[in-house]
Unconditional design. Structure first.
Length: 335
């Protein structure tokens, strides 16, 4: 590894519409000691021609063909080929503020291990931004401002894709890019959390997220939000549940049923509760639905609230607080 060098890894597939401005934003960085390792993932447009053109003009840019298929394989290969002490990521349709790499690198606290610097983000689009994107931007930037990034990790992805930097040695030691799962940015966030990386907040908006109708998260069914429930549940069981804890799922709707089905299939001990009197004492996937009253007789519970209605969630929060339970310690909202 080359000391003080920042390796930016990027996967590209059919991004000719945005690629030149993305690459120019990297060339315009105030931090000059960087390399860009790009994996083309089988582009059928002019992306490769654009990449080769930039590569020919700046030796810091290295372009390769993905030997496998898909974004995860491309990122893993780019990571393996990277030479820098520091690792960051970029998406081919986004933009960097000129000081992004410099600020993320400067934030590191000496040689201390297991650090990750994270900057704020800003959405932009030629379309009208939806309220969901605006809410997500505000939520994630607030977490960074409060320096409490991991506190709400079971809500949504808490480390913005491409808005982070870490040391390659730490990532290699903890196998951060081995067998990543989709959604890869969220899976990586859980790995930083699991291995107790210290988040160093950078409170400027230095990464610019572009929203457009062809974004992978909009078009690829693998990124369907319904698939995230079981994904988060797997991480929850691994990270939060001890042998002494009683796992409880609150909610008998589609979200709760998906979780119960997974837990039953994996022979995980779980209690299932609902306030819907018509469902209490029913069995679904062999699991018995019970009243929330059982919580009064249970010790050391870990409750996942699998409800969608905001009013229902608020009422559950009030009830659990009355029982002396603490949010993000004893009970967790899965959004």
């Amino acid at each position: 590894m080359i000391s003080n060098l920042v390796s930016v890894i990027m996967s590209v597939k059919n991004e000719e519409a945005y690629l030149e401005t993305c690459l120019q934003s990297i060339l315009d960085q105030s931090e000059k000691k960087w390399e860009l390792v790009v994996m083309d993932d089988g582009s059928a447009d002019n992306s490769m021609e654009i990449l080769r053109s930039f590569e020919s003009k700046d030796p810091r840019i290295r372009v390769c063909q993905n030997p496998g298929h898909g974004i995860i394989n491309a990122l893993e290969c780019a990571f393996q080929k990277s030479k820098g002490e520091f690792i960051s990521r970029m998406d081919a349709d986004d933009l960097m503020h000129p000081d992004k790499l410099k600020s993320l690198k400067k934030a590191f606290d000496g040689e201390r291990k297991l650090q990750i610097s994270v900057c704020q983000v800003q959405y932009f689009s030629s379309m009208e931004l939806g309220s969901g994107y605006k809410q997500y931007e505000k939520w994630i930037n607030d977490l960074i401002n409060r320096n409490s990034v991991f506190s709400e990790i079971y809500k949504e992805c808490v480390i913005p894709s491409c808005a982070w930097m870490a040391r390659k040695s730490d990532m290699l030691e903890n196998k951060m890019f081995d067998d990543l799962q989709i959604p890869e940015d969220y899976d990586l966030s859980f790995r930083f959390y699991q291995h107790h990386f210290k988040v160093i907040p950078v409170t400027e908006k230095l990464h610019l997220w572009r929203d457009h109708e062809h974004r992978t998260s909009r078009t690829n069914p693998l990124y369907n939000i319904r698939k995230f429930d079981v994904f988060k549940l797997r991480h929850f069981v691994r990270n939060e549940l001890s042998k002494e804890d009683q796992l409880v799922i609150w909610g008998a709707g589609d979200k709760g049923k998906r979780m119960i089905k997974y837990l039953v299939q994996n022979k995980t001990d779980v209690r299932w509760i609902t306030k819907n009197n018509r469902k209490i004492n029913q069995r679904i996937y062999s699991a018995l639905l019970e009243s929330p009253e059982i919580l009064k007789s249970l010790n050391r519970v870990k409750i996942i609230v699998a409800l969608s209605n905001p009013d229902d969630k608020k009422n559950v929060e009030i009830y659990l607080n009355i029982l002396g339970l603490t949010l993000w310690k004893d009970y967790f909202f899965f959004f």
